[in-house]
Design a protein. Structure first.
Length: 340
């Protein structure tokens, strides 16, 4: 199992340079409230030489497929062929609230979106008539989608973010890899089974298919102390959209219903520090790598045995500065060495 790193906006280039020095295989940039992915990756492309670069993930409702293809081709050319295109449909609130795009038919829209992107990256004019996308859309046949980026790499890998069974099977069928946040080795193994079903539907095996979870790493003498360094991150994710959000449902499904009720009670009262303290350490422990290095190495082995091909260290989860994030990268590399 190889290592990757999820990059924040601030310090992204320094983290990517250090990850490259340590032998990490991939640097990923997500997009959301603080930054878009392509801007961060463009900076990192100019500061690194070998490490792979990926959007983890670019939001499908944020861009027409032609814009996503052009961005992918540009970043791949700027980085010397190191780019991987990670895509995801986001969620209904962001799709509608940020981009004014209805969150309907996400499976069908994703299938057509990836198809158009791949056709554009293959070169030549793209004319497309689907249920969700049409190009040209209004009869302007004289100006179809066509990329003139040089060099144009038709083989840019496409990764999909997916959670439910249908979206996982779709990722296995049409993508080259799967990216996921907030998961456990057990959930990874269940997801890999769905991915395999999608690969079989496409007449393919899992050979060469990337399985990439984003996992926080916190080093301390005890699990509780290590969990404390991640509480603010967990409190933020668990509080998005109220009690019914994905992360809260995941925690409840793991048996932490009572603890999550206490968390939301404190959050509604405006007690953010108390809410963070109420996040169950057991939930953090099951979805992150905590403790001294040998224990973290043991957790890495569990992810590898579940089918993970590349584990991406989520340094943005750690309540620390750039120096602390760089230390997390080094600790994770040391832990990975213990698994060899």
């Amino acid at each position: 199992m190889r290592l990757g790193v999820n990059l924040p906006r601030h310090g992204a280039a320094d983290l990517a340079v250090e990850a490259e020095r340590l032998g990490y295989d991939l640097a990923l940039a997500s997009e959301g409230y603080r930054a878009d992915a392509p801007s961060v990756l463009g900076l990192v492309a100019g500061r690194t030489e070998r490490i792979g670069l990926a959007s983890g993930v670019m939001q499908i409702p944020a861009r027409p497929p032609g814009a996503a293809a052009l961005t992918a081709a540009t970043l791949d050319a700027l980085s010397g062929g190191r780019f991987r295109l990670g895509l995801g449909v986001s969620n209904p609130h962001v799709s509608d609230g940020w981009y004014g795009v209805p969150f309907d038919h996400p499976i069908g829209r994703t299938r057509e979106y990836v198809d158009i992107v791949r056709r554009a990256l293959a070169g030549g004019p793209v004319r497309y008539s689907g249920k969700h996308f049409s190009l040209p859309a209004h009869g302007r046949e004289e100006a179809p989608l066509q990329l003139l980026v040089e060099p144009l790499n038709a083989g840019v890998p496409v990764y999909l973010g997916a959670a439910g069974p249908q979206s996982l099977r779709l990722a296995g069928e049409i993508a080259d890899g799967w990216v996921s946040g907030f998961t456990t080795p057990q959930l990874v193994a269940a997801s890999v089974a769905q991915l395999e079903a999608g690969r079989r539907r496409a007449g393919r095996t899992m050979d060469g298919f990337e399985v990439i979870p984003f996992v926080a790493v916190s080093v301390a003498d005890t699990v509780e102390a290590a969990a404390d360094g991640l509480r603010r991150h967990y409190a933020h994710l668990l509080g998005i959209g109220g009690a019914g959000n994905f992360y809260g449902s995941l925690a409840a499904g793991m048996g932490f219903e009572r603890e999550m009720a206490a968390f939301h009670e404190r959050l509604r009262a405006g007690d953010h520090a108390g809410a963070a303290a109420a996040v169950p350490a057991g939930f953090i422990d099951r979805t992150a790598l905590l403790g001294p290095l040998p224990r973290i190495a043991e957790g890495m082995r569990a992810y590898a045995e579940a089918g993970v091909t590349l584990l991406s260290v989520l340094v943005t989860a750690n309540q620390t500065d750039l120096a602390g994030q760089l230390a997390v990268l080094r600790y994770a590399a040391e832990a990975a060495a213990l698994t060899a």
